[in-house]
Design a protein. Structure first.
Length: 80
């Protein structure tokens, strides 16, 4: 399968699920090139950007699993 570079944008509104988000990112670590997390304490949220090199199926798999977590949303932007 063709690999693409993608950015997965994650917003965590429920801090109870931060550990679950980190576990998923750990599970996909072999496809992650870089990660930037920004806690925004005054809004009680975290914004995480993850850059991946993987197949579209793998990228969408991570995003879908993240989106199933309560208080977590994610969107993907991929290269053509």
């Amino acid at each position: 399968m063709e690999e693409k570079i993608a950015v997965v944008a994650i917003i965590v509104n429920d801090y109870e699920n931060v550990e679950s988000v980190n576990k998923l990112l750990h599970d996909y670590r072999s496809n992650i090139i870089g990660r930037l997390g920004l806690p925004i304490k005054e809004k009680n949220i975290s914004v995480i950007s993850v850059v991946m090199n993987a197949s579209v199926e793998t990228i969408n798999g991570l995003s879908g699993k993240l989106g199933m977590l309560k208080g977590v949303s994610s969107k993907v932007l991929t290269t053509k």
